[in-house]
Design a protein around this ligand. Structure first.
Ligand code: NDP
Length: 476
């Protein structure tokens, strides 16, 4: 539904919350303080049906608009988000836990606006396939219809925009199902967007996995975009099968970083740290295991400890913090279990690893683990938290084999000075994106997607636009 407000009226987080809150709804708590933030309404199966009917109707006139008109809307949506960026960032910080500062809440809200603008400006023209004496054939890209988008709790606003921006640009209507852990952030974002967009072009259905399932299996949903875990991705593929809905799956990763013999540890410590610890490690394409040659092992460990121990963790609303709590207790328990597995196996905890289980918030300290076996669960399972295992290798071929040894392949990185060797190793890594001397750097112009069980389909760039369109060949 369209929001009956102008975004100029919204100046505080309380005003944002007043707009979206359901006083009789489910309570949502701050993961740093365990204080009540607000209450979210929940949709039932009939509500999903209703949203689909509305979306199908609204999409018809949206699809008839020109690309220029829709791009204009996307820029206006970006303006609206920028005008209430601070209340949005504050709500996001309180609900997700991420600090306002660092590559966190303000960064995420800013990315929402810049992703919308980038997608508004991409040029997508019919492609000429044949043009000779035999005739002419052109590939056109037409809207799919209704996109059902299901998202996770780690970057709730930004990932929703990753799903919405290309879908809207291409003439589709979108129904979002946010994670039940972070519904308010997405509802607030959409309320602001709907102060600009035509009615019912973007709607939200809220609730748990069963509402997600009702949405992705709905026969009125033509395309499903999902970002989340591998396990849920497989369920979604099954739900979408009956309708043969189009699918983009951005699933989990366990990204490896490989340091080469000629790397300079002091120079790269900061980038290595943020490659692993961005959003307190709760990032799909964060570096989750680091392979270091024996010759550099101690230096890399020492420089990382030096950098990491000075990065403040705490309540996200405190301007001094750059690391926050884990968003939910279930994730905290996973992180704790994996670090205990490493300790039990005789690994050395260089930093952290000693959570205060009595603390009110879900704070797990920044943790660096050395002398760990490649088969340890902290290496082979996705920790999705502020912990990095550092694995020693003697031979680069061994490191490459270990990096490629898992069923997932979202991102990877290679660190060193010799660009030929960096590129050679990159070419051998099984991942959708390989970064050189950085990790997880995304850009709306550069397609992003996983291989193996990290999913399929691309997001971002013109390739991303094509994933929310139907190819249509016209020839004469
Ligand atoms: P989940 O897979 O648990 O949940 C993701 C979303 O799917 C939630 O909204 C969830 O609802 C919903 N859902 C659950 N079951 C179903 C179902 N049967 N049908 C439809 N929807 C369903 O992931 P998390 O939220 O725990 O996110 C963490 C995971 O996501 C990590 O593994 C991470 O690597 C991955 N991820 C991947 C990214 C990428 O781009 N590749 C980016 C970010 C995260 P609810 O939570 O309300 O139950």
């Amino acid at each position: 539904m369209a929001t009956d407000i102008t975004h100029e009226e919204l100046e505080t987080t309380a005003e944002l919350l007043a707009l979206i809150e359901d006083p009789a709804g489910r309570e949502v708590y701050d993961p740093a303080t365990n204080e009540l933030i607000g209450r979210t309404g929940e949709t039932d199966a009939a509500g999903v049906d209703d949203a689909v009917v509305r979306a199908r109707k609204a999409q018809q006139s949206w699809a008839l608009m020109t690309h220029e008109s829709r791009s204009d809307f996307l820029h206006k949506v970006a303006d609206a988000i920028e005008s209430v960026a601070e209340p949005l960032a504050e709500l996001l910080s309180r609900e997700q836990g991420k600090p306002l500062n660092g590559p966190n809440a303000r960064f995420e809200v800013d990315a929402c606006a810049s992703w919308l603008r980038a997608h508004a400006d991409f040029v997508i023209e019919p492609e000429v396939l044949v043009d000779d004496e035999s005739g002419r054939a052109e590939m056109h890209y037409v809207p799919v219809g209704v996109v059902g988008a299901v998202g996770p709790w780690n970057w709730p606003m930004m990932i929703s925009v990753w799903q919405m921006a290309p879908a809207l640009r291409m003439g589709n209507a979108v129904i979002l199902k946010p994670s039940e852990y972070t519904p308010l952030s997405v509802q607030a974002l959409v309320a602001v967007m709907n102060s600009v967009l035509p009615v019912d072009i973007v709607q939200i259905v809220s609730g748990g996995g069963e509402i997600g399932q009702a949405l992705v299996g709905h026969q009125g949903v033509d395309k499903v975009m999902f970002t989340g875990s591998v396990e849920t991705g497989k369920k979604i593929m099954r739900s979408a099968a009956d309708n043969l809905s189009r699918l983009t799956l951005e699933l989990g990763g366990n990204d490896a970083g490989i340091v080469l013999e000629d790397a300079e540890p002091e120079k790269m410590a900061e980038d290595l740290f943020w490659g692993a610890f961005i959003n307190t490690g709760q990032t799909c394409a964060a570096m989750k295991r680091l392979y270091v040659p024996a010759s550099l092992y101690e230096r890399v460990c020492d420089t990382l400890v030096e950098f990491a121990k000075n990065m403040p963790m705490g309540n996200g609303l405190d301007e001094s913090n750059v690391l926050g709590p884990l968003q939910n207790r279930a994730q905290y328990d996973i992180v704790e279990r994996l670090v205990e597995a490493a300790k039990n196996d005789g690994a050395t905890v260089l930093l952290g690893g000693d959570p205060d289980n009595a603390s009110v918030g879900n704070f797990y300290p920044t943790t660096l683990v050395a002398d760990i076996d490649n088969n340890n669960p902290l290496v082979s399972e996705e920790q999705f938290g502020p912990v990095l295992p550092i694995i020693k290798y003697d031979d680069i071929n061994q490191a490459i084999e270990w990096a490629n040894g898992l069923e997932v392949g979202l991102g990877a990185s290679v660190w060193g000075e010799n660009s030929d060797e960096l590129k050679r190793v990159a070419s051998l890594l099984e991942a959708g994106s390989v970064w050189l001397n950085k990790h997880g750097a995304i850009d709306p112009r550069v397609p992003f997607g996983g291989v193996k069980q990290s999913g399929f389909g691309l997001e971002f760039g013109v390739d991303g636009l094509k994933q929310v369109a139907l190819p249509k060949v016209i020839s004469w």
